[in-house]
Design a protein around this ligand. Sequence first.
Ligand SMILES: [Mn+2]
Length: 263
Amino acid sequence: MKLAFADNSEDAEIFFLGVPYDATTSFRPGARFGPEAIRSASYNFETYDCFLKKELPHVLDLGNVTLTTSYKELSAELSSILRSKKGFPVIAGGEHSITPLIVRELKKKYEDLNVITIDAHMDFRDKYMDSKNSHACASRRVSEIVGIDNMMLIGIRSFSKEEEENVEYYTSFEVHKRLKEICDRVKEMKNAYLSIDMDGFDPAYAPGVGNPEPYGLRPEEVREIIDNAALVGCDVVELCPPYDNGNTACLAAKMIEEVIVRA
Ligand SMILES: [Mn+2]
């Protein structure tokens, strides 16, 4: 299956890639089914954005990378695809551990790359369950690539004592109260890569995730953040279809639409 708004033109300015990798899942498994669930959910929506009064742009759906449990193999395949493909990347996970691999490639292209993460979790552990490449270490690995001053984490409401770092982050409660101010900060981040961990949303909106965390963001808040971001690419990760009632996949597909209609 391809995305509803995909076409085959090789000159599309946006490409979509599924990365069904979930080898380090720590709680509820199934993120590998994320890309297909997003494609299927995309058929629910019009290809016209009635708020922006704009047709969705053409997207080349590249299919999925090979399903593997080896991070090294994944890294090699992902790098070669990202190197060879021109255009705005939209990547569907898979778990959050894929984000540092994408950021590493984009950093070669954009010297001043910034990263904005929507996430309930800090993901700043150096190591988790004996792995440096665990999804619980994703933002730590990203910080080692772009520098801790060039990232911001939005929606945070869960971290361990050892993870508390001098990184710019906003809790979901702060987002509810100071969205405008946070969007102004978002606006300042040039060449921004956006990583949307679906657990950043409240579980009421996004029940189908690997690590649900109450007190989350509302979809319209994330839409506002997207609206203010100068994006060069994005990923949507941690969607876990076996635990979904279908709504999380729809929300993931909608967020992708919100990104590409502005890309
Ligand atoms: Mn998370």
